[in-house]
Each structure stands twice: as structure tokens, then as C-alpha cells.
Design a protein. Structure first.
Length: 265
């Protein structure tokens, strides 16, 4: 279980399998690398698979500041360097998708292609002022509601463990803390303030966007915004899925990822 240190911050990652092309999996905000459990064993037989915990999450350090998406993209490049990987396909969910897009802009030579799962940019622009006020009172309750809206009705009824996993992640101080929440929210380049709307046209790598039709965390419209502006990108919507397709419909998601790999290598 290696850690790399970039600018004094320890970043946790693990690698499974050996074969190229390499896949890098980037998890959503407030969760950790375990969210990719249905993908790692399925793909490590044929690919080297790298999972990591973003700074502020899981087994990585939780600094007081430094939660810009550009910093997290630089962490990904540092992990690739440490693992001896020149180029990789990046699979990113939510903030993981943001980090993938930023990595494609900052280090395009390192990215073969992107599978962006339920993500967006400039998310804070759609947050009503009253929601911000409620966050000041009880951010866990507000964020818990957002995460609940990110799971489809069908998944809530048939797969309650998905919601339980999400709630466990952001309520567990060894995984994600109040201090990390406010540092991320307050960072000018952080998850809610990051805005590359004018730079999406500069992402040249093959890109597939997958989004849930019932996603209340990053809406279908926010995902379509990405697809409309990333050149030659494709988008696919899943019915009965919210924000976490890799958990809600893992078999279908894995099949789409396999097809994408074939298309870009």
C-alpha cells in the first residue's frame, strides 16, 4: 500500500494487475477508493488498475488548505510517476471526473482517454443562497440530503447498502472531516467553485460521459453541458440510476468501460 508525498502531503494509492492500458479510478467527494470494488477485480485481470484516495479523504493526508482541483490533478500525475506509468485511461466519478478533466488539461500527454461519470463544472452557481445558509447550520444534514438525491428510487428500494455506504463515508471522521469539508467548500478552485466552462473545448482526449437520469447531485443537464463542449465526446444516460452508476448498475457500467477501452487503444 504505497503512499507518495507531494509538497508535504501524503497521498495513498494501490495498484492491482500489470497489463496496459492502465486504468486510474478517481472516487467522488467525501468517499474513498473502496467505491470501485466492483471494478477493480473485474478489470485487474487484464489491466493495471490504480485506485487512490484524494487528499482530504480516506487514508491520504487531510491538510488544512490546498483543495483546489488543480492540486488534486497534480496528485494524480505524481501517483502515475511513482507507479512508473506514462499514460493511462482515467475513470472519474463526480469530483473524480473534475480531476480527470483537469489532468487532461494540465498533463495531456499522460491521459489516453476519460470516462467521466456523473460530474460537472461550476457547480456552486446552481446552489441557492438558502442552501448555503443551511449548510452553515448543519452541513452534514444538507450534504446527506444531496447524497440521498444522488441515489435512484430503484436503488434505494433494492440496494439500501449504497445509501448506507455514502452516509458512512461522510459521517466517519477517519475518512472525511468537518475541516476538510469547509476547506474544500472555501477553496476558490475547490469542488463547488471550480469552473472550466471556457476550457472544456481544450480537452482533446477521447471522452465518454455516463450519467444517471435520476441524478440529483450532478443533474443530467450539468452532464450534458460537458458533452456539448468537450470536442467529439459522447454521452450515455442510464435509467434507474443516480450519481453512482458503478454501484447501482455495475455490470452495465463495466461493459461500457470495456467498450470504451477498446475504442481508445
Amino acid at each position: 500500500m504505497p503512499n507518495i508525498n507531494r509538497s508535504g502531503i501524503n497521498i495513498f494509492y494501490e495498484s492491482f494487475g500489470q497489463s496496459a492500458p492502465v486504468l486510474v479510478f478517481l472516487h467522488p467527494f467525501s468517499t474513498n477508493h473502496y467505491i470501485w470494488a466492483f471494478q477493480i477485480n473485474a478489470f485487474a485481470r487484464d489491466h493495471q488498475c490504480i485506485v487512490m484516495d484524494h487528499r482530504g479523504h480516506g487514508q491520504s493526508d487531510k491538510p488544512e488548505t490546498g483543495y483546489a482541483i488543480t492540486d488534486m490533478a497534480a496528485d494524480v500525475v505524481a501517483v502515475l510517476d511513482d507507479a512508473g506509468v506514462d499514460r493511462a485511461i482515467i475513470v472519474g466519478n463526480s469530483i473524480g471526473g473534475m480531476i480527470a478533466m483537469q489532468t487532461s488539461l494540465d498533463a495531456p500527454e499522460r491521459v489516453i482517454g476519460n470516462l467521466i461519470l456523473s460530474s460537472g463544472t461550476n457547480l456552486g452557481a446552481d446552489v441557492p443562497p438558502e442552501v448555503g445558509e443551511e449548510m452553515q447550520k448543519d452541513w452534514r444534514a444538507v450534504f446527506g440530503g444531496l447524497m440521498a438525491s444522488g441515489v435512484s428510487a430503484k436503488s434505494k428500494a433494492e440496494r439500501p447498502e449504497i445509501t448506507a455506504f455514502m452516509e458512512g463515508c461522510f459521517n466517519n471522521d477517519t475518512n472525511f472531516t468537518t475541516e476538510v469539508w469547509w476547506a474544500s467548500v472555501g477553496d476558490p478552485g475547490g469542488v463547488f467553485n471550480w469552473n472550466i466552462s471556457d476550457q472544456l473545448k481544450d480537452i482533446k482526449q477521447p471522452t465518454l460521459i455516463i450519467a444517471g437520469a435520476e441524478d440529483g447531485a450532478t443533474s443530467p443537464e450539468q452532464n450534458q453541458f460537458l458533452a456539448d463542449r468537450i470536442p467529439d465526446s459522447k454521452i450515455k444516460f442510464y435509467d434507474d440510476v443516480g450519481h453512482f452508476c458503478q454501484l447501482e448498475k455495475p455490470v452495465d457500467f463495466n461493459n461500457d468501460l470495456r467498450d470504451f477501452i477498446k475504442q481508445v487503444v
